[in-house]
Design a protein around this ligand. Structure first.
Ligand code: SF4
Length: 378
């Protein structure tokens, strides 16, 4: 099994908190970029080693900004270069203001069966403050448009800890999200990434950071409301109705190989991480000349162990210690069990019925420090 990620690094404008790689150069570069991604798929398909491709994910950036003819060309090119016959999940990320009735119909025709939308907040004043282009009403309309087009696997992203947000306004945002009954919801705490516009605003005292305690309270409210509404809390930041876990994102957490195409995309095949340059021009020039542009990092045994532990702990499946022992040997197994014992006694970890080690609700709040103790950290 394998997944394909395609990075579409174009946005119509920059959100103030974002440090993802994206540019405003779609008009100039869109066509060349799409052709480069198709060429890269041809150059690198052997890296999949014949694994069956189950998921395709177009992320960004803002993939919904790609004009439909370019999106069609991209999908046709990928179908030509890769065997997508076993595809189970085809996701595209979208901004709510791009999700018109017509756009929904066209992407459904292309085989998209899941849409992940950056809603972030249901307050227009906050959306404006963080530089989002859409309104809360546009997000609501977008969900209706998707359903009308027959796309019934919808994920929405929210952010907590935004400037001006209180526990009460956050609770209202979660209520509004639940009223839409999306199949999947991801919620992330705001981080002030150095160099972003929001980071500068905080430095200048123009925005005030929500205290950490209040962010934790928001997270607790989120978990409570979503689990009461029937969502499975299957990863620290992700919730889904039964049967709607993101298959693509699950491949990042459960060691399934994935091939990342496009500028700034990452790939992992179980032993080696590859990353493409976060530079549109360099990426296009290199791929067009028939050369891949990725940097490679072969992980050591202990780095792979650390990865397994950290990613496993993020999920409700947890860490399979017997599998750790099989892959990494007795020394790794003893280290994990020894360190885990302290956290079991402290109530941060538990051994689930299936024998895996899983973070408790308290442990999730301390996940960084629990992970730090359990990894090997050469
Ligand atoms: S639309 Fe997404 S990728 Fe683009 S600037 Fe905003 S948050 Fe970043």
């Amino acid at each position: 099994m394998a997944g394909i990620y395609v990075h579409i690094p174009f946005c119509a404008s920059r959100c103030s908190y974002c440090d993802f790689y994206s540019t405003l150069a779609l008009g100039r570069m869109g066509e060349d970029y799409v052709e480069a991604v198709v060429a890269e798929a041809r150059l690198r398909r052997a890296e999949l080693g014949g694994a069956s491709i189950r998921t395709l994910y177009l992320g960004g950036g803002t993939p919904s900004q790609l004009p439909i003819p370019l999106l069609s060309r991209l999908v046709a090119g990928l179908r030509q270069e890769l065997d997508l016959l076993s595809l189970e999940e085809f996701t595209i990320e979208a901004n709510p203001d791009d999700v018109s009735a017509e756009w929904c119909a066209r992407v459904a025709d292309l085989g998209v069966n899941r849409v992940s939308m950056g809603v972030q907040s249901f307050r227009d004043d906050i959306l404006r403050l963080i530089g989002r282009r859409h309104t809360a009403q546009q997000a609501v309309d977008a969900v209706h448009n998707l359903r009308s087009a027959g796309i019934d696997n919808i994920s929405i992203d929210l952010i907590y800890g935004l400037p001006g947000q209180t526990l009460s306004t956050w609770t209202t945002a979660v209520e509004k999200a639940l009223a839409l009954r999306p199949q999947h919801l991801s919620a992330y705490g705001l981080t002030y990434e150095e160099g972003t516009r929001l980071w500068h605003q905080r430095e200048l005292g123009e925005v005030v950071e929500v205290p950490e305690e209040q962010c934790l309270a928001m997270y607790r409210v989120l978990v409570k409301m979503l689990t009461m509404a029937g969502y499975e809390h299957y990863e620290i930041s992700n919730f889904a109705l039964p049967g709607y876990h993101s298959r693509h994102n699950s491949s990042y957490w459960n060691d399934t190989p994935y091939l990342g195409l496009g500028a700034a995309a990452h790939s992992y095949d179980g032993t080696t991480r590859r990353s493409n340059p976060a530079d549109l021009q360099r990426y296009v020039a290199s791929v067009t000349a028939g050369k891949t542009a990725c940097e490679e990092e072969v992980l050591t045994r202990w780095e792979r162990y650390d990865e397994r532990v950290m990613l496993g702990l993020r999920t409700s499946r947890g860490v399979d210690v017997e599998r750790l022992r099989r892959y990494f040997g007795d020394e790794a197994w003893r280290h994990f069990k020894h360190e885990a014992q302290r956290h079991i006694e402290a109530g941060n970890l538990r051994v689930a019925d299936h024998g895996n080690y899983v973070l408790t609700a308290d442990g999730i709040m301390l996940s960084d420090s629990v992970m730090r103790d359990l990894i090997w950290d050469e």
